[in-house]
Design a protein around this ligand. Sequence first.
Ligand code: GDG
Length: 745
Amino acid sequence: MEINKRVIIVSNRLPVKIKEQDGEMTYHTSEGGLATGLASIYKQNNNLWIGWPGAIVEDRVKTKVEEDLQQKNLLPIFLTQQEINEFYEGFSNETIWPLFHYFPTYTTYNPQYWESYKAVNQKFADAILKVASKDDVIWIHDYQLMLVPQMVRDVLPEVSIGFFQHIPFPSYEIFRILPWRKELLQGVLGADVLGFHTYDDVRHFLSATTRILNIDGMANELTIGNRKVAVDAFPISIDYKKYRQIAEDNITRRNERKLKQLINHNKLVISIDRLDYSKGIIHRLRAYELFLQKHPELRGKVTMIQLVVPSRDNVPQYKELKEEMNRMVSEINGRFSTLGWQPIQHFYRSFPIHLLSALYKAADVALVTPMRDGMNLVSKEYIASKIDQKGVLVLSETAGASRELSDAVLVNPNDIWEFSDKIYSALNMPEDEQKRRMAAMQQTVARFDIFNWVNNFMDKLAEVKAQQQAMYTRRINTSIQQKIGIRYYYGQKRLIFLDYDGTLVPFHNQVDAAIPDKDLLSILKKLSEDPHNTVVITSGRDYNTLQAWLGHLPLDMIAEHGAWYRDHGKEWRSRRDLNNEWRHEIHRVMDMYARRTPGAFIEEKSFSLAWHYRKVEEGLGSLRAHELMADIKHFVSDQGLQLLQGDKVIEIKSITVNKGKAAKRWLEKDDYDFVMAIGDDYTDEDTFKAMPDDAITIKVGNNVSAATYFMSSYAEVRALLHELYMAENIGDQLRRDAGILKEAS
Ligand code: GDG
């Protein structure tokens, strides 16, 4: 991270609890994991954390609260009761929370909640914009603030914005249920880096954006206008050292002794969560009940301490959950208790940290079995607290933490039968195996701690910004365009290579729909009729099409990436050294895949075969393309062929054919004083590489390229070409500019 940049953290809640007592305001700083991790940032210099202080603050004390919090580098956003009801409890907790945790039946779709969500997000954005400048780094957190990144971007287009989501991102099929899916995606895509806990979340997010917004992406990078956006997994963690220190503290040791007495030195199973349907509390109780039923010999020898931290219990679903939980706990205790033993000790409250730590230390087994969880920090805290490395973690495969903690005993919380068996085997796991697994998990958690998480995210943000800036300096602007215009104007012998699809015309679903329009024909005509110019169309298309579309113009042309070429006014010629013996076999395999893939088709060119999947269902096309490539890859290398992966197309041709080789034929013909090549595809990279050092090479799009400059679209290319031939007409102006530039240099 660049130290000289100011960092602004934004989250729904500030890491502080405020209370008014006898007319005095009191502030309790949060000890939560996120607050600890981010303390290393927001407490420094003039950095800042913006958020809601967690209580309704009366007007008369607002200024005082602001002043007090300012001392702690915190900036409060005050919410009204209605905003809390509709934005926070409403849209955030009754719409996004259940849906993103795969509880669509619990999801509320209330337009009033949505309006409030938008308004409060705008309130946060306004507060940020009041204090932020374009050189700051803004890190926005979580599902309550998904619209804020774009709201900030609209006003500060160059500012660096990160967004991290702490809850899961659901699969596309779940996400698409939401009426406001587009707006939420567009909102978060205002960020430069989007972070999730796991690769699965990343996959789901990418699949939702490509399907719902039709946005182009390469691996985990998306292109939003001219901006590259990185989507990545940053698994959050805990302050490992702090949890170890607490575990070794004398207060914790005392608590541990008391706990062991409380349960008569029985085997201890712990269960710790906030009251929430996503945490799998009911399923866990069922599995424990079944375990007791299956193993009468262990009754009286095992105790579960269940700690449930109160939460949202005025929301109907939470109220019901609480009632159901209480009913089950009484039922299990009623059914199995003996005079001296109760199978579950239930606490509906919060424990101080040293008692929590004692629970972790004393537990033989921790049941961390949510139905869904973004990460789950309890599992990591349990691991960190195990100084003697004895103890077993039973962990849901649907918790983000399961992706890192593969040495835990993993369960599907819905499979109650297997779950109960795993409780049994966890309680009976040999000590050396417990230690081996615990040591491996401790290594992971110690290494990838909360500070590592913060650094990784901030580094990525800086890296993406640097890439964007490097790209920005290579993007053609008025001044670069002017310089190109001057060189063009003074050029006596000009050679111009132009790719066709994606460079001069937009992509179309129908291959044959990319027919040149009037505007393009007029540009090409004017450019190629200039006796100082040689204009070469360098395309992968077959020569018949190029001839039909552009044959009447005084253009030179390269077709099929160089297998065919034509000098204007002459016949098309093909390379003599190419054979087509491979064709039959490749065609047979391509055809097999085309028949299995609705929308796919084969394009036959004289020296190559292309398999197109532009019209195939999103996802299926690239899956089939990969299968096809795997099938033919040995044949391709044995036969001296090459396999080109284009935009929704794969093409097979001789390895000796490429646009760069073909372009050399023109370069060797004469001495030119102005050489320019423009293209959008990876096949144009061969052209760029073949160009002399002083050539002007321009990539259309944002992908990595050997070209010197970048442009965004075919429309910009046309505008540039238009400017160039107009240069002849505005020569005086350019001459003046050239004079100015020369003087300046
Ligand atoms: C989100 C995501 C993701 C619990 N009981 C007591 C207590 N706790 C503390 C634990 C732990 C924290 O609460 C719970 O952390 P989780 O990770 O389980 O969940 P959340 O923070 O609610 O929510 C989650 C996380 O964000 C971070 O990205 O992992 O998936 O839902 O630290 O120790 N602390 C004390 N007494 C208790 O009784 N002192």
